[in-house]
Design a protein around this ligand. Structure first.
Ligand code: GLS
Length: 837
């Protein structure tokens, strides 16, 4: 029974119900109250950290009030809800976003100034919520912003990692990983100790028949771990809708420790269970596009899926609707295969718990789930060993086998002549040990499968899911090209540019309809606009210049061309191609006469990104970049003509400084490997141009901005296989310019050559899988074209403004509308009009 206040007493509640601050004075009052009472500090010991805390708590109160109203409204209306299951949400900082989304930043800025602080200092006190690795996790964060902004009733579900992605330090040129304990002070979360779910692992399955002759399976004798909910409010922009991100934390089911053991003096053993349980949600696995098959990771996945589904099912059951209504009330999106266990888990709940028969349950499951694929890289496709699943989740393994058996029977019936097909589409891979192919299970258990950019969505249909297209037909597969939220990636990261656009377009409507930016093309000849646009870019470069000096101690000239590549370190993303290009540039500069050097366009090459701790080759590339940086930056001969910077610990809040400062950004993956990429969109939206391969969303960016406004180079996806083949069988001829780069590396010009031999050999001896040698020449030529183009600043400016004007398509609002229509079949639920409003 739900607790509820009786009617006569409700008047008192209404009278005293919490109110939002609406003026500067009320805001200040809230900040001071929180500093004095919540934090027990005073004006005599209020530092920037305390001022941040007070400000954050004042805004948190506001969000909670709206959060409560949103949830109440949704409970009454009981619309179809969207649940976005993602193991990663790379949220970054929340305060600035909250202030801008509720539209109170200006008031707050004046308020904190009255209290003796500067807003920038306060904002920079906040630690990033870094519960993700890279693009996949940041996409999930952008989607939450769009879902709330567009008033969709939607929840995110993830894990409350005690440690987010590690902090990166560079020591002697090497990456060192430092744990990120981010929960010291987190004003944005609400523990919901009343929302605790029992999660079972291990145990056995018992079958029995009830009096009516019905067969049941019971999963029993397992180990129980508790999942405790922690909620974070997600405010929409320009709307009162405030959605929920629910993070699960693991806890031992018997409380702090085992009393029996404690009482018999076994103190260590008494807490061991507790620690083992808490380990489940302790740490985010730091791999991007790479799976490692560790038992703890599988435990995380099940723990999170089971807790989330139990929550979703409980909410559905409150409505007392029949089970057949479940898919009309619930849409669950699987962000990659990480939550695939939700499929057998829902089937288990429906048949073992609710007594539905298999067919009825399975039809509900398939209608409920949608699956987004984010990569075709073989090393990222998840497979779990059958013995491991058998041990950890015995009932789920039975269900997976049953799903597979019924699916294969159906395939056999419909494609009787195609024997190879059965083995190739089976969920079970017949290796030693047998493996469960999670992507196949996700395809079979969902009603729609989508890729994240056009090329990628085409590729999945012709490669990894080819046979499934034959089986289900092409309509099950669709594309939703990724997008980014203009609130964070324009308005928040680049406030001056946003303001300039608002002044020209008559307000900030473009922040919720990014296609309105097309009207900026009307101002291409407006001298004031152009001047202001250019000044803002320069100011952003100055801001980054200061940051580079502060963080890395390197002085760069903001008038140089800023060439930026920031993203996870990965061989397929080819930071090695970039750094080889930098070495080539350096060698050319060294060859030049002083006269020739005068004609050179000065450039700063900026890198940033984390390597997975176990990814040795990616770490080697980081090391090489840092060695090159040390040599080049110290070369007096070269001066400002070339500087090389590796920015430590790239994350969301640093991206907000880096992205607005690019002239050129690099998106140079081997064609066919980068599913989409999303930073490409962010850089262009902020008035930078792109050098890129015909890969992922670069292709659609080209379609939108026009070929003249992007620097494309390199081989096409369709030629990659032949080129790889040729490396092995056609002999290998190295581009002479690249040969020279390798020679100087081998001569030890950038430190101990032995350190880099595996990197060089991966290209010259081991088949150059990522086609660095094939693309090197066109990469270098294209960089030269960029130098030339940059010299004509007026033309360059025209290109950048044109590009920004044509970025409307890449708003995550457009993505969410596509998901809502094509996959979820859901409608927005706008907040009710307030009394008198
Ligand atoms: C990724 C892809 O590698 C990116 O290209 C893509 O933009 C992102 C979001 O769809 O997903 N897949 C992955 O495993 N990590 C990613 O960033």
């Amino acid at each position: 029974v739900e607790a509820s206040i009786p009617e006569p007493q409700r008047e008192a509640w209404k009278k005293f119900s919490a109110q939002e601050f609406s003026s500067k004075e009320e805001f200040e009052k809230e900040v001071v109250r929180h500093i004095e009472t919540t934090l027990a500090r005073s004006l005599f010991n209020c530092d920037e950290a305390a001022a941040y805390a007070g400000t954050a708590l004042a805004f948190r109160d506001r969000l909670v009030i709206e959060w409560n109203k949103t949830q109440q409204n949704q409970t009454f209306a009981d619309p179809k809800r969207v649940y976005y299951l993602s193991l990663e949400f790379l949220m970054g900082r929340a305060l600035d976003n909250a202030m801008l989304n509720v539209g109170m930043k200006d008031i707050a800025k004046e308020g904190v100034s009255d209290l003796g602080f500067r807003m920038e200092d306060i904002i920079s006190q906040e630690r990033d919520a870094a519960l993700g690795n890279g693009g996949l996790g940041r996409l999930a964060a952008c989607f939450l912003d769009s879902l709330a902004t567009l008033n969709y009733p939607a929840w995110g579900y993830a894990l409350r990692y005690r440690y987010g992605i590690f902090k990166q330090e560079i020591i002697d040129g090497y990456q060192v990983e430092i744990p990120d304990y981010w929960l010291d002070f987190n004003p944005w979360e609400f523990p919901r100790h009343d929302v605790t779910v029992d999660i079972q692992f291990y145990g056995n399955v018992r079958k029995y028949m009830d009096d009516s002759g019905k067969q049941w399976s019971v999963w029993e004798n397992g180990e129980i771990v508790n999942a405790v909910a922690y909620d974070a409010p997600i405010p929409g922009y320009g709307t009162k809708t405030t959605n929920n991100l629910r993070l699960w934390s693991s806890k031992a089911s018997h409380g702090e420790f085992d009393f029996t053991k404690f009482n018999s003096g076994e103190y260590e053993a008494s807490v061991a269970d507790q620690q083992r349980a808490e380990t489940i949600s302790a740490v985010l696995y730091p791999n991007d596009s790479l799976e490692r098959g560790k038992e703890l990771r599988l435990k995380q996945q099940y723990f999170w899926c089971a807790a989330s589904l139990s929550d979703i099912v409980r909410r559905f059951k409150k409505s007392k609707k029949p089970w057949s209504e479940f898919p009309n009330q619930v849409a669950i999106q699987l962000n990659d295969t990480h939550p695939t266990l939700a499929i057998p888990e829902l089937q288990r709940i429906l048949i073992d718990g609710e007594g539905l028969d298999w067919e009825e349950a399975w039809s509900i499951v398939q209608k409920t789930f949608g699956y987004t694929n984010h990569t075709v890289l073989p090393e990222a496709l998840e497979k779990w060993s059958v013995p491991l699943i058998q041990h950890l989740l015995p009932r789920h393994l039975q269900i997976i086998y049953e799903i597979n058996a019924r699916f294969l029977q159906w395939v056999e019936k419909n494609f009787p002549k195609d024997r190879d097909m059965l083995a190739s589409v089976s969920i079970i891979e017949e290796t030693q040990p047998k493996m469960v192919r999670m992507a196949y299970l996700a395809v079979i258990g969902s009603h729609k499968v989508n890729g994240v950019a056009e090329l990628h969505s085409d590729l999945i249909k012709t490669t990894i899911f080819k046979d499934f297209v034959k089986i289900y037909g092409p309509d099950k597969f669709t594309n939703v090209t990724n997008g980014i939220t203009p609130r964070r990636w324009l308005h928040q990261a680049n406030p001056r540019l946003s303001e300039l656009f608002a002044s020209k377009l008559g307000g900030y409507d473009f922040l919720t309809d990014l296609t309105l930016l097309h009207k900026l093309e009307n101002f291409l000849d407006d001298k004031d606009f152009r001047k202001e646009f250019q000044e803002i870019k320069y100011a952003n470069k100055v801001r980054l210049t200061k940051y580079i000096k502060e963080a890395q101690g390197i002085s760069v000239n903001p008038a140089s061309l800023f060439d930026i590549q920031v993203k996870r370190m990965h061989e397929y993303k080819r930071q090695q191609l970039n750094v080889f290009g930098v070495i080539h540039r350096y060698l050319q500069l060294k060859d030049m006469s002083p006269e020739e050097r005068k004609k050179v366009q000065p450039r700063v090459s900026i890198f940033g990104g984390k390597a997975a701790p176990g990814y040795w080759m990616a770490k080697t590339v980081i090391h090489l970049i840092n060695q090159v940086s040390a040599v080049v930056n110290a070369d007096k001969d070269i001066g400002d003509l070339l500087k090389v910077v590796f920015l430590e610990d790239y994350n969301v809040s640093k991206a907000e400084i880096i992205v607005p400062a690019s002239d050129i950004s690099e998106h140079i993956s081997t064609a066919g490997t980068e599913a989409s990429g999303t930073s490409n969109m962010k850089f262009v939206l902020n008035g930078g141009l792109v050098i890129g391969t015909c890969d992922g969303a670069n292709i659609e960016i080209t379609r939108e901005v026009g070929e003249d406004n992007i620097f494309l180079f390199g081989n096409l996806a369709e030629d990659v296989e032949d080129l790889r083949h040729a490396h092995f069988y056609g002999g290998f001829e190295l581009d002479p310019q690249l040969q020279r780069v390798f020679d100087v590396i081998r001569n030890g010009q950038f430190g101990d050559a032995g350190q880099f031999s595996a990197l060089v050999n991966s290209i010259v001896e081991h088949g150059d899988y990522y086609l660095v040698s094939d693309d090197f020449q066109s990469y270098v030529e294209t960089q030269n074209k960029i130098d030339e183009a940059y010299k004509n600043q007026e033309k360059w400016l025209t290109k950048t403004i044109t590009c920004v004007a044509r970025m409307g398509f890449f708003s995550s609002d457009r993505c969410i509308e596509e998901y809502a229509q094509e996959i979820w079949n859901t409608e927005p639920l706008p907040p009710p009009k307030e009394n008198g409003a």
